[in-house]
Design a protein around this ligand. Structure first.
Ligand SMILES: NC(=O)c1ccc[n+]([C@@H]2O[C@H](COP(=O)([O-])OP(=O)(O)OC[C@H]3O[C@@H](n4cnc5c(N)ncnc54)[C@H](O)[C@@H]3O)[C@@H](O)[C@H]2O)c1
Ligand SMILES: [Fe+2]
Length: 405
């Protein structure tokens, strides 16, 4: 057995837990920078957080111009604006983009330099100022993960800064903050969490080596991350369609936020793989949301990976209550159930439906291979012909082309 966890020091979960923010922050610092976006800063809950922080003696500065997908220009605007405020704690309130903004800004305020010099794994030279994360979508899991994802316009690509130093000190997950998510955002972020969990559960397991966590930020499938991946998948199967149909269903909102948190705990250590590698160029070409892209790709990636994942997929089929059968049949039933669930919440069924052009398929396959940290994690080896087969099947929406490949 091998297991590894890298997690926040505290994770608070439950309705109303956001009201712990003032007290929690006051133990960490006196001057808090809040990174969020214009929609969030206009919410009454946000005003309430500022009052709570003030009543605990914490001075605040709000940057509310975070742009979705976190273009570099948005990061530069934030760093320029806080010049002179000198925070000693950074709080990210929002979806993955605002939480990732808080992470990158904490790195830059602590270590200086340019965000480009921190791309890749282990490039952040030491601890960063304390981070507190409050998600308002049930999706990315960024509140517990060691990575921030940036859109580098010059490179025309999404890039990651991956370092255990980026893990927030405290994650506060309050499902009430997600009630305002419209159905499309609920589906897209829930589908991102499902993709994290499935990819973490099936990512390549490495041999037990004492230096594994020193050499990789994302160490592969392991005994500890598996537990959280299953918790996430069970909850998404139970609650995604409910939360999508009725956003005021608080039980569904709780289940989905728990799922997103658990999926973050799983992939934050294990890593993700081909669906995330392929989404980078797809998102860049189609300007579609991260969650929609990874989820459109997921059933096709699973179909390609099936020969290497029979037992894992069969176990996940049991986790979501599919009928007992041979491992082969159950693994296929699980892939079909994932595709069905995603269709129910109107995730596009093909890359063509997502907006990709036919002549962009080869570019996607070639470019996806550049995400080396994700490609090396895939359970079945990936080369250019394999990426092309997945891309073509996903473009046409025909999973059968990948069966028996
Ligand atoms: N760091 C990680 O571990 C990690 C993991 C997966 C994805 N990501 C990144 O996270 C980003 C995506 O994050 P996201 O999907 O959470 O969305 P987001 O933060 O990009 O926000 C998308 C939109 O949803 C709105 N929104 C957020 N919360 C809302 C709410 N409660 N009610 C109504 N609207 C709300 C935002 O205002 C914004 O307009 C991408 O950049 C992706 O690459 C990061
Ligand atoms: Fe993701």
């Amino acid at each position: 057995m091998f297991g590894a966890f890298r997690l926040p020091r505290s994770v608070l979960f439950g309705r109303g837990q956001r009201r712990a923010l003032g007290s929690v922050t006051a133990r960490i610092g006196k001057r808090a920078l809040l990174c969020t976006d214009a929609r969030q800063s206009a919410q009454p809950e946000f005003e309430e957080m500022l009052r709570d922080l003030a009543s605990h003696g914490v001075e605040t500065h709000v940057f509310d111009q975070t742009i979705p997908d976190l273009p570099i220009s948005s990061i530069e605007a934030c760093v320029a604006e806080v010049d002179g405020f000198a925070p000693d704690v950074v709080i990210g309130v929002g979806g993955g983009s605002s939480m990732d903004m808080a992470k990158v800004v904490a790195v830059l305020l602590t270590h200086g330099g340019d965000q480009r010099s921190y791309y890749g794994e282990f490039a952040v030279p030491g601890p960063v100022m304390p981070l507190v994360a409050l998600p308002t979508t049930a999706g990315t899991g960024s509140e517990v993960t060691p990575v921030a994802v940036i859109a580098d316009e010059e490179r025309g690509a999404k890039v990651g800064i991956a370092s255990p130093h980026l893990i927030p000190l405290v994650a506060i997950c309050d499902p009430e903050l997600t009630v305002t998510c419209p159905p499309g955002l609920t589906a897209c972020s829930g589908a991102d969490a499902l993709t994290h969990a499935v990819e973490a559960y099936t990512t390549l397991a490495r041999a037990n080596d004492p230096l594994l966590t020193e050499q990789h930020v994302f160490v592969g499938k392991n005994i500890l991350s598996d537990h959280f991946a299953k918790l996430a998948i069970a909850n998404i199967f139970r609650f995604l369609e409910r939360g999508y149909r009725d956003g005021s269903d608080m039980e569904a909102r709780e289940g989905l936020m728990l799922a997103a948190l658990a999926a973050g705990c799983a992939f934050g250590t294990a890593g993700t793989a081909a669906a995330h590698a392929l989404q980078y160029p797809v998102g860049n070409l189609t300007h579609t949301a991260h969650g929609d892209g990874v989820a459109t790709l997921l059933p096709f990636v699973m179909q390609y990976n099936q020969p290497s994942c029979i037992d894992s997929f069969a176990e996940l089929a049991r986790t979501v209550g599919l009928p007992d059968d041979t491992p082969d049949a159950m693994s296929q039933a699980f892939i079909d159930a994932v595709a069905e669930l995603l269709a129910k919440v109107h995730i596009p069924g093909s890359l063509e439906a997502l907006g990709l052009k036919a002549d962009q398929q080869d570019y996607v396959a070639e470019n996806a291979l550049n995400a080396a940290r994700l490609v090396k994690n895939n359970p079945r080896p990936l080369d250019l012909p394999a990426m092309q087969s997945i891309t073509r099947a996903a473009f046409s929406g025909e999973r059968s082309a990948l069966r028996g490949l």
